[in-house]
Design a protein around this ligand. Structure first.
Ligand SMILES: Cc1ncc(COP(=O)(O)O)c(C=O)c1O
Length: 420
């Protein structure tokens, strides 16, 4: 189909959104659902990042109370003032940022906050640096915002190497995306590496987006927020925009609540315009639920961290012993296992594993789609990085017994299909 606009050349390309594949997470989600619906089987779900624990009752009570009180009106583009004040206090105390409520935005999930941030930073022709192994939503959002994605190489431990970053960058690079702890690899970037990357970004004139969705799930040492390194930099000169969520630490996935700390007042002004156009505001009762979660955050986060860590230590060492995992993930909810010895590619493996054992995992190639764009920014080719062909992602935030069963079945399946 083509659209003609008088005085312009004919537009004949497909809209960008129509050329981006659906996330690999959605594909396996659908396949697992179909399997359950059509065969009555109960699928062991190691594919989605859905925790087996729930938010405390106070969170639900606060939500219900807000609805009963009639606190169901629009709450303002950037969020309820009392929630933003509490978030500012959390960011400054826990993450060691130096921010003010005027730069803090509540969003319907951090996914939406990230997307809005990308839109607010996009410039025609600008490039964004993404890790070569990335959460597919980061890529989808970058493309939809109009960025040209460029992928930086990761080391064997899935951590970025500053030289590789410089090698990937060019004169049109504007944004560096960091995600620690990482989805999908579980890699954690320490203060030293983050300092080096921030120095590089400053030197090169890039903005930094730091996705810290899994901040409460660091297993060796503490989480480090890269924006804390800018405490002593004048606000107008800062470059780090940080994104957080209630979905992981407080297990509030379905509430849809996240928040963004913009680096500067100028960036906050741009983000406000994007949010005016996109959301008008975040659900008001959900924000009251968020306030309740924030009050109890230390206890909630520590309990939930201990739960996922216990899962990691109970189930994943078997994958390490079997040689499928290089090492235990240092953070997050996921591990990337290598099933190369089965001589199946990851998509075939995931499909056959689901068929034969009712265990769902995500094929890793979906985290390494590297599209090439033409000069006008349209997707010209869509290749998966060949090195990701034998990787699968396993979520270990699920019920401990499910995880145990899933890992056992997966190991049996790998053993039965190992090429001699
Ligand atoms: C790396 C990362 N960032 C952000 C999110 C978004 O979470 P939410 O939109 O639920 O806040 C997720 C969810 O899986 C994620 O894995």
């Amino acid at each position: 189909m083509s659209v003609h606009i008088a005085g312009t050349e004919e537009l004949s390309r497909a809209p960008m959104a129509a050329t981006i594949p659906s996330s690999c997470l959605q594909d396996i989600f659908r396949a697992a659902e179909i399997k359950e619906r059509t065969t009555g089987a109960r699928v062991t779900k190691l594919h989605v990042g859905e925790p087996y624990f729930n938010p405390p009752d106070d969170v639900a009570e606060a939500f219900i109370e807000a609805v009963r009180r009639g606190d169901t009106k629009y709450s303002g583009v950037d969020g309820l003032p009392e929630l933003r004040a509490a978030l500012t206090e959390k960011l400054n105390r826990d993450n060691l940022l130096d921010t003010t409520a005027s730069r803090v935005f509540v969003s319907p999930g951090s996914c939406q906050g990230l997307s809005a941030l990308l839109q607010s930073l996009a410039e025609p022709g600008a490039e964004i640096l993404l890790p070569e192994l990335h959460w597919p939503v980061h890529l989808q959002q970058s493309l939809l915002a109009g960025f040209r994605p460029v992928f930086y190489k990761l080391g064997p431990d899935f951590r970025p190497d500053p030289d590789a970053l410089l090698a990937a960058a060019g004169p049109r690079t504007r944004v560096l995306l960091l995600n620690s702890p990482s989805n999908p690899s579980g890699a954690v970037l320490d203060a030293e590496l983050l300092g080096t990357l921030l120095g590089l970004a400053r030197e090169q004139g890039w903005q930094v987006i730091s996705d810290e969705a899994y901040e409460h799930f660091v297993y060796d040492g503490d989480h480090f927020s890269v924006a804390s390194l800018e405490r002593d930099v004048p606000v107008a000169d800062r470059i780090v925009h940080s994104v957080y969520t209630f979905s992981k630490g407080a297990a509030m996935t379905g509430y849809r609540l996240g928040y963004v700390a913009a680096a500067t007042d100028r960036a906050a002004d741009a983000l406000r315009v994007v949010q005016e156009a996109n959301i008008i505001g975040t659900s008001t009762p959900v924000q009251y639920a968020g306030l309740a979660a924030l009050r109890a955050r230390a206890a909630i986060a520590e309990t939930n961290r201990a739960r996922v860590l216990a899962n990691r230590d109970a189930a994943l060492p078997r994958l390490v012993e079997a040689g499928l995992l290089h090492e235990l993930p240092a953070g997050g909810w996921y591990a990337m296992a290598d099933i190369g010895r089965t001589s199946m590619d990851a998509e075939t493996f995931a499909t056959r594993l689901l068929d034969a054992t009712d265990v769902a995992v995500v094929p890793g190639n979906g985290f390494a789609w590297h599209p090439e764009l033409d000069a006008a920014g349209a997707i010209r080719s869509a290749e998966y990085a060949p090195w990701a062909r034998h990787l699968i992602r396993i979520a270990f935030c699920v019920d401990p017994q499910e995880l145990d069963l899933g890992v056992r079945k997966l190991l049996d399946f790998v053993r039965d299909h190992t090429a001699e």
